[in-house]
Design a protein around this ligand. Structure first.
Ligand SMILES: [Zn+2]
Length: 155
Protein backbone atom coordinates (compact mmCIF):
# COMPACT_ATOMS: atom_id res chain seq x y z
CA UNK A 1 0.00 0.00 0.00
CA UNK A 2 1.13 3.57 -0.51
CA UNK A 3 2.12 4.97 2.88
CA UNK A 4 0.49 8.03 4.43
CA UNK A 5 2.98 10.43 2.84
CA UNK A 6 2.40 8.98 -0.64
CA UNK A 7 -1.36 9.23 -0.16
CA UNK A 8 -0.99 12.89 0.86
CA UNK A 9 1.20 13.62 -2.18
CA UNK A 10 -1.26 11.93 -4.56
CA UNK A 11 -4.19 13.79 -3.01
CA UNK A 12 -2.34 17.12 -3.20
CA UNK A 13 -1.59 16.54 -6.90
CA UNK A 14 -5.23 15.67 -7.61
CA UNK A 15 -6.48 18.76 -5.74
CA UNK A 16 -4.12 20.95 -7.77
CA UNK A 17 -5.43 19.43 -11.00
CA UNK A 18 -9.06 19.88 -9.88
CA UNK A 19 -8.46 23.54 -8.95
CA UNK A 20 -6.87 24.17 -12.36
CA UNK A 21 -9.96 22.55 -13.87
CA UNK A 22 -12.25 24.85 -11.83
CA UNK A 23 -10.22 27.85 -12.95
CA UNK A 24 -10.59 26.89 -16.60
CA UNK A 25 -14.34 26.25 -16.19
CA UNK A 26 -14.80 29.70 -14.62
CA UNK A 27 -12.54 31.41 -17.16
CA UNK A 28 -14.36 29.85 -20.09
CA UNK A 29 -17.71 30.46 -18.40
CA UNK A 30 -18.70 26.87 -19.15
CA UNK A 31 -22.29 26.17 -18.19
CA UNK A 32 -23.82 24.68 -16.15
CA UNK A 33 -20.89 23.90 -13.84
CA UNK A 34 -19.65 27.49 -13.63
CA UNK A 35 -22.80 28.73 -11.87
CA UNK A 36 -22.01 26.46 -8.90
CA UNK A 37 -18.38 27.53 -8.72
CA UNK A 38 -17.62 30.63 -6.68
CA UNK A 39 -15.05 31.59 -4.04
CA UNK A 40 -17.18 30.12 -1.25
CA UNK A 41 -17.90 26.73 -2.80
CA UNK A 42 -14.31 26.34 -4.00
CA UNK A 43 -12.91 27.16 -0.54
CA UNK A 44 -15.42 24.81 1.12
CA UNK A 45 -14.53 22.07 -1.35
CA UNK A 46 -10.75 22.53 -0.94
CA UNK A 47 -10.86 22.82 2.86
CA UNK A 48 -13.02 19.70 3.18
CA UNK A 49 -10.77 17.84 0.74
CA UNK A 50 -7.60 18.72 2.68
CA UNK A 51 -9.27 17.97 6.03
CA UNK A 52 -10.46 14.61 4.69
CA UNK A 53 -6.99 13.75 3.38
CA UNK A 54 -5.51 14.33 6.83
CA UNK A 55 -8.35 13.19 9.08
CA UNK A 56 -10.90 11.13 7.14
CA UNK A 57 -8.82 8.51 5.38
CA UNK A 58 -10.25 5.02 4.80
CA UNK A 59 -7.28 3.93 6.95
CA UNK A 60 -9.36 5.04 9.95
CA UNK A 61 -10.00 1.31 10.08
CA UNK A 62 -6.59 0.87 11.74
CA UNK A 63 -4.51 2.88 14.19
CA UNK A 64 -3.16 4.97 11.28
CA UNK A 65 -1.78 8.52 11.22
CA UNK A 66 -5.20 9.97 10.24
CA UNK A 67 -6.73 8.06 13.16
CA UNK A 68 -4.09 9.30 15.61
CA UNK A 69 -4.35 12.90 14.32
CA UNK A 70 -7.73 13.08 16.04
CA UNK A 71 -5.85 13.05 19.35
CA UNK A 72 -8.19 12.59 22.28
CA UNK A 73 -11.14 12.82 19.88
CA UNK A 74 -10.06 9.59 18.21
CA UNK A 75 -12.48 7.91 20.57
CA UNK A 76 -15.15 9.19 18.15
CA UNK A 77 -13.68 6.90 15.48
CA UNK A 78 -12.94 3.96 17.76
CA UNK A 79 -16.24 2.18 16.99
CA UNK A 80 -15.54 2.67 13.27
CA UNK A 81 -12.07 1.15 13.63
CA UNK A 82 -13.42 -1.79 15.59
CA UNK A 83 -16.33 -2.51 13.24
CA UNK A 84 -14.40 -2.34 9.97
CA UNK A 85 -11.64 -4.80 9.27
CA UNK A 86 -8.63 -3.22 7.57
CA UNK A 87 -9.11 -2.69 3.85
CA UNK A 88 -12.62 -4.01 4.20
CA UNK A 89 -15.75 -1.90 3.77
CA UNK A 90 -13.91 1.37 4.44
CA UNK A 91 -11.96 0.77 1.21
CA UNK A 92 -15.07 -0.01 -0.84
CA UNK A 93 -15.68 2.71 -3.49
CA UNK A 94 -19.28 3.29 -2.33
CA UNK A 95 -19.52 2.04 1.25
CA UNK A 96 -16.15 3.56 2.17
CA UNK A 97 -17.05 7.22 1.63
CA UNK A 98 -20.65 6.57 2.73
CA UNK A 99 -19.66 5.05 6.09
CA UNK A 100 -17.04 7.74 6.77
CA UNK A 101 -19.39 10.62 5.87
CA UNK A 102 -22.17 9.08 8.00
CA UNK A 103 -19.87 8.68 10.99
CA UNK A 104 -18.69 12.27 10.52
CA UNK A 105 -22.31 13.46 10.20
CA UNK A 106 -23.15 11.89 13.57
CA UNK A 107 -20.13 13.62 15.15
CA UNK A 108 -20.95 17.00 13.54
CA UNK A 109 -24.64 16.73 14.44
CA UNK A 110 -23.76 16.03 18.08
CA UNK A 111 -21.37 19.00 18.08
CA UNK A 112 -23.98 21.32 16.50
CA UNK A 113 -26.55 20.19 19.04
CA UNK A 114 -24.19 20.93 21.93
CA UNK A 115 -23.07 24.27 20.45
CA UNK A 116 -26.66 25.25 19.61
CA UNK A 117 -25.92 25.76 15.91
CA UNK A 118 -28.87 25.41 13.56
CA UNK A 119 -28.01 22.94 10.83
CA UNK A 120 -30.27 24.82 8.38
CA UNK A 121 -28.15 27.96 8.73
CA UNK A 122 -25.51 26.36 6.50
CA UNK A 123 -26.15 26.98 2.79
CA UNK A 124 -26.74 23.73 0.92
CA UNK A 125 -24.26 24.75 -1.78
CA UNK A 126 -21.47 24.81 0.83
CA UNK A 127 -22.65 21.50 2.27
CA UNK A 128 -22.59 19.86 -1.16
CA UNK A 129 -19.18 21.38 -1.94
CA UNK A 130 -17.79 20.13 1.39
CA UNK A 131 -19.16 16.61 1.05
CA UNK A 132 -17.85 16.46 -2.55
CA UNK A 133 -14.38 17.39 -1.30
CA UNK A 134 -14.50 14.68 1.35
CA UNK A 135 -15.77 12.01 -1.04
CA UNK A 136 -13.19 12.86 -3.74
CA UNK A 137 -10.36 12.69 -1.21
CA UNK A 138 -11.53 9.26 -0.01
CA UNK A 139 -11.95 7.96 -3.56
CA UNK A 140 -8.40 9.04 -4.43
CA UNK A 141 -7.12 7.03 -1.46
CA UNK A 142 -9.08 3.94 -2.53
CA UNK A 143 -7.92 4.26 -6.16
CA UNK A 144 -4.29 4.69 -5.07
CA UNK A 145 -4.53 1.60 -2.83
CA UNK A 146 -6.04 -0.44 -5.67
CA UNK A 147 -3.54 0.70 -8.29
CA UNK A 148 -0.59 -0.11 -6.05
CA UNK A 149 -1.89 -3.55 -5.04
CA UNK A 150 -2.59 -4.37 -8.72
CA UNK A 151 0.90 -3.22 -9.70
CA UNK A 152 2.39 -5.52 -7.06
CA UNK A 153 1.02 -8.49 -9.03
CA UNK A 154 3.36 -7.59 -11.90
CA UNK A 155 6.51 -7.12 -9.85
ZN1 LIG B 1 -5.79 2.46 2.66
Amino acid sequence: MPDGKTHNAINAAVLTAVLVGFYLIIKEGMDPSSIYLNNYTIVAFSAAYIFATLFLSPDLDISSKPYRRWGILKILWWPYKEIFKHRGLSHHPIFGPLSIVLNLAVIVAAFFLMAGIDFKSIPSSLLIAGVSGIVLSIEMHIIADNVVSKMKVFF
